[in-house]
Design a binder for this molecule. Structure first.
Ligand code: FAD
Length: 440
């Protein structure tokens, strides 16, 4: 076969795709800027284990994971809670991020993937219409297919020529700023809810959680606006008033990070190029989970590669990856981005109202937060939301926002169904305009 596949960045989707593609006989090398053994964050992640099987991986050893608790959602005033009730067969697993990486990397190495650490990728190498390689701190490297798995701020994606039509930057409101740390347990009394998720706590736009574990309390603060350590301290003290288990001694973590929470890109392939994972904004726009989606995308990408018998890897052949991804996930994720856009316009009082009037219910919260991308993806009919809101909502300003959201969701879903089945550069670009406009 002799074709050379380069994976830029050791993201979850990239390494899973690398393994599947190497297994089918290609020469696959991953270039990662960090050093061996230093990947990931100092905390746990939650994802659907079924995604491992889809990407051809085994389950990790049993002592490396546990099943996640259902979440309890609270309104900004903490007057009303909604309880997730995920059926046993759909429960996600919780695992240390470094163990997830170890599991994925060992699998990839067994499949024949080569990994070059300490090698920062600077930019793509583009010849005419085609991505032919990557510029790295170790020099230029050429390949037949470049898989961009460098995450949300990928220097490969953001340095592509504009005429490719691929989104380069992530705007404000399209990403959420996160602070996360594990603190000691200050009070042994059982918490009000084991996994407490708070919407707009303290009246500030964003989402935070406090998860009570046996030996620590897991605090996550997520906001659309940037914030600093001083604000973390102020806000943690505010949360301690109603969450006495949250201690003051930081045990692990304590970093600021960003997660993309936006619609999937209109175009994620070009001649010689395919984006995956956070580089292609594959996270669930409402909750920021991206591991399971990236694994599922890896399978779709690997299938596309293996059916490209000549190894042409043109936009033409790689378009099947994009259409396959939208069919499996993207077309269901895109409308959720509309709900996130609506959230950006809501006040804390309006969120209180949505909870108190039961416009949002246990069932809706279960579907919305359990978007695993496995099997039945969330079917969220915007008409149901509008009808529910019309029945109970006497707040005309809020009703207008909900109706706008429903209409936008309908437009976005319609745009997804209009995506060209076959690649044609001018038709795809015309469609991309329609799709992007639907989110305005
Ligand atoms: C705080 C936090 C909590 C999260 N929790 C969950 C969760 O519980 N469940 C879930 O499903 N998802 C979670 N996510 C999202 C999840 O991490 C991502 O969606 C998923 O990992 C896919 O992203 P990625 O691997 O493509 O990108 P990234 O995780 O950003 O990985 C990109 C890789 O590329 C490397 N890289 C970046 N730039 C370069 C460069 N220039 N040259 C070479 N290498 C480079 C990076 O070092 C990294 O190894 C969380 C994210 C954050 C930040």
């Amino acid at each position: 076969m002799g074709k050379k596949v380069i994976v830029a960045g050791l993201g979850h989707g990239g390494i899973a795709a690398a393994a599947l593609i190497a297994k089918s006989g290609y020469d696959v090398t991953v270039y990662e800027k960090k050093s061996e053994g230093t990947l990931g964050y100092d905390w746990t992640d939650i994802f659907a284990p079924q995604a491992l099987e889809i990407a051809g991986m085994k389950m990790p050893p049993e002592d490396k994971y546990e099943y996640k608790e259902d979440m309890t959602f609270f309104n900004p005033s903490f007057t009303k809670k909604l309880q997730q009730h995920v059926p046993a067969e759909k429960l996600e697993i919780k695992m240390e991020r470094r163990d997830i990486y170890e599991h994925f990397i060992n699998h990839a190495l067994e499949c024949g993937v080569k990994i070059v650490y300490d090698c920062e990728v600077k930019a793509p190498i583009v010849l005419g219409n085609r991505v032919v390689g990557i510029k790295t701190e170790q020099g230029e490297i050429y390949g037949d297919l470049i898989i961009d798995s460098c995450g949300m701020n990928s220097p490969v994606r953001s340095n592509l020529p504009s005429f490719f039509g691929i989104d380069k930057d992530v705007e404000n409101g399209e990403k959420i700023n996160i602070y996360r740390a594990f603190f000691n347990v200050a009070d042994e009394e059982p918490a009000e809810a084991k996994f407490k998720v708070m919407l707009f706590p303290g009246g500030i736009q964003g989402i935070s959680w406090i998860a009570s574990e046996d030996d620590h309390t897991d605090l996550l603060i997520g906001r659309f606006e940037e914030f600093d350590m001083k604000e973390v301290e102020r806000f943690s003290d505010f949360l301690r008033e109603t969450n006495p288990r949250l201690g003051k001694e930081k045990i692990r973590g304590g970093q600021f990070v960003e997660i993309p929470v936006r619609q999937p890109p209109a175009i994620m392939v070009a001649d010689g190029y395919a984006a995956i994972g956070d580089s292609a904004f594959m996270t669930v726009p409402l909750i920021g989970s991206g591991i399971a989606n990236s694994l599922k995308a890896a399978k779709i990408l690997a299938n596309t590669v293996s059916t490209d018998k000549e190894g042409v890897f043109s936009a033409d052949t790689l378009w099947n990856y994009q259409t396959g991804y939208y069919k499996a996930l993207g077309a269901s994720l895109a409308p959720l981005a509309c709900i996130k856009l609506m959230l950006l316009t809501l006040t804390a009082d309006e969120i209180d109202y949505v909870f108190e009037k039961e416009i949002l219910t246990d069932d809706l919260i279960t579907i919305g937060a359990d978007f695993t991308g496995i099997g039945n993806v969330m079917k969220f009919d915007p008409k149901d939301l509008i009808n529910k809101a019309k029945q109970v909502c006497s707040n005309s300003e809020l009703l207008k926002k909900i109706i706008n959201c429903g209409v936008r969701m309908g437009n976005v879903s319609a745009a997804c169904t209009m995506m060209p089945k076959k690649w044609n550069a001018s038709r795809v670009k015309a469609w991309a305009k329609v799709y992007n406009y639907a989110f305005k």
